[in-house]
Structure formats: structure tokens, C-alpha cells
Design a protein around this ligand. Structure first.
Ligand code: 6CS
Ligand code: FE
Length: 305
């Protein structure tokens, strides 16, 4: 398969055009997003939705998050990623296969219908995780495009995936919320360097390859600004797979916890990695357990005879 998005080839960084559309579905009145929301996602590469879940659902989600964090022995140890240099939990992967509430969250039609519309296909969960940033000691996530990693390390062919971050605690300006560069999803920032073997063992704690150089980031942020995606618990942040994003550490006493679900289009299933010798394990990148979440069939137009 030709590589339209080469990165980490040991050459200088480059800015390449995005080859695929951002919004695939055609907007209609019965779409799960308004026309205005759809246009905003297209332009900015992200959207903040704050009225999807009711208070009881939000509490159930928060409880599920607390259960995952408080009983790590119940989990596949491989899926637990600790902070660099400490035993604090940073991420728990594959939550949709380790917790019933998270499984229901990942297949909730209020979320999946949005992904099916934007990606215009049946979908499946490419990756899920709980990201936890404890008070005082939660560490940052450096700037990156998820697609760059998924393409190079996982073999995701095209930009036809998106993430949903479901806030399980308030994400304020101060406790390390998601920061995103609006409009950055329109270009591909090919990175310098090369992917070391088993890169994921360190990159999930601290990403060092697959990150743009400082000059590129400075120019991008100067041109487009940086938005903080804040919200109360229950807020859903939908963002394009190629949006440039990151987050600061959390030195406030207030923990930040988010559930992440990544949906990929059925037609965009993984192939061999484009820039790594071996594929990452299933708990980070779904290759085998592809359970399609199908779009409802279109209503048939009644024929009058
Ligand atoms: O590796 C992944 O799939 C995700 N984690 C990091 C630290 N960067 C890329 C992507 O978001
Ligand atoms: Fe990311």
C-alpha cells in the first residue's frame, strides 16, 4: 500500500497536505449534530458537547472510572501504564473490554451515531483508555497528532478516525485539560527521527518520537492559537484523528480523569505499520477484535403502485 503520510523516516520534518475530507457524511436535518456543529468540527477539528449524558449516567461513568483505578488487580496488567518514574496510574487501556459500563459507553448510540455520521461508515473501537492525571503529580502529554502514531506504528491507512474524550471529572483551565490547535488537522506534520523497537513501552508514558519540532509548533500555535477544551464531568470532546493536541501537567489538587474512545471507519482497518517493524499489541490498537457498530439501514422510500 502506498504511504501518503510518511513520517519518522530519518529525514527533516515536513508539512504535507491532508488528502481526505474531515466530515464524510452529508448533513441532513436528522443528523446527530446540528449544521453549525458539523461546520465547526470541519473548521476547527474538534467539538465540545455538554448535554449528552444525564446526571445519573455521569455518576455511573465516574463510578466506573473509580472502580478501574482502585482495583488494578482486576485488570490485565499489560493495559496499565504508570507515570514515568513512579507507580501512579497514567492510563488504563482497553477499558471497553474490561468494564461493563465502559463497554456500554463505547457502544452508546448517542456517541456512535456521531462517529458514523462524521466518518460515513460502520465503525469499530480502535483504542480505548482511561487517562488519569492525579492532583499535584499528574504529568503532561506532549504535542502530537494521534493519526501520526496510528499510521506509523499501527498501520492506519487514512485519516478516517476520531476520538471522543468523555470527561469523568471537571477539566478546567488549570488541571491540565486537553489543549488543541484549531485547524491543525488540515495538514500532516511529518516528524523527524525513527521509531525505536517497542516504542510504546516508553511512548505511552512520555512521547518522544512522532512529535513535531519546536519551530513547527511555534509557527502553528502563533498562526492558529491554542484552545483549552474545558468542561464539567459528562462533557464529550470529539476531535479529529489528526488534530494537534497535548496537555499540561496537573499541579492543582484536583484530579483530571477522562475516558477516551477512538472510533475508526470500518473501511480504514489497520494494515502493516507504515514506519515500524512490528505492530503494537491488540490492547493499544484493535486488529483482531473488530466488532463493527453498524449504521442503521436507511429508511426505504415507499413506492406507490
Ligand atoms: O500511542 C497512542 O496511540 C496514543 N498515545 C500517545 C502518547 N500518543 C499518540 C496517541 O495519542
Ligand atoms: Fe493523543
Amino acid at each position: 500500500m502506498p504511504d501518503h503520510y510518511p513520517s519518522r523516516r530519518g529525514v527533516a520534518p515536513a508539512v504535507l497536505p491532508r488528502l481526505e475530507p474531515v466530515v464524510r457524511g452529508r448533513w441532513r436535518k436528522d443528523c446527530p449534530l446540528t449544521r453549525e456543529e458539523t461546520a465547526r468540527f470541519e473548521t476547527d477539528g474538534y467539538l465540545i458537547l455538554d448535554s449528552i449524558f444525564d446526571p445519573a449516567e455521569i455518576e455511573a461513568l465516574q463510578q466506573a472510572g473509580t472502580r478501574l483505578l482502585s482495583d488494578p488487580r482486576a485488570l490485565d496488567p499489560e493495559t496499565i501504564i504508570s507515570e514515568p518514574g513512579s507507580r501512579e496510574i497514567r492510563s488504563i487501556f482497553m477499558i471497553h473490554r474490561q468494564n461493563e459500563t465502559m463497554a456500554r459507553l463505547a457502544s452508546d448510540p448517542r456517541l456512535t451515531s456521531i462517529a458514523q455520521f462524521l466518518l460515513d461508515d460502520d465503525i469499530y473501537v480502535h483504542q480505548s483508555r482511561l487517562n488519569y492525571k492525579p492532583g499535584f503529580v499528574g504529568r503532561e502529554f506532549y504535542w502530537h497528532s494521534d493519526f501520526e502514531t496510528w499510521h506509523v506504528e499501527d498501520g492506519m491507512p487514512e485519516m478516517r478516525a476520531l476520538s471522543m474524550s468523555i470527561l469523568l471529572a471537571p477539566n478546567s483551565e488549570t488541571n491540565g485539560p486537553l489543549m488543541i490547535i484549531p485547524g491543525s488537522h488540515q495538514h500532516y506534520y511529518a516528524c523527524a527521527g525513527e521509531t525505536p523497537d517497542e516504542n510504546y513501552l516508553s511512548s505511552l508514558k512520555k512521547q518522544e518520537v512522532g512529535v513535531p519540532d519546536m519551530d513547527t509548533l511555534a509557527e502553528l500555535a502563533t498562526d492558529r492559537g491554542i484552545a483549552a477544551a474545558t468542561g464539567t464531568a459528562g462533557t464529550v470532546i470529539v476531535f479529529d484523528c489528526n488534530a494537534m493536541h497535548g496537555s499540561n501537567g496537573n499541579i492543582t489538587p484536583f484530579p483530571r480523569a477522562n475516558a477516551f474512545i477512538v472510533y475508526n471507519a470500518a473501511c480504514n482497518r489497520l494494515v502493516a505499520p507504515f514506519g515500524a517493524t512490528t505492530a503494537r499489541p491488540e490492547f493499544i490498537a484493535t486488529r483482531k477484535h473488530v466488532h463493527l457498530i453498524r449504521r442503521p439501514p436507511p429508511l426505504e422510500i415507499a413506492t406507490i403502485c
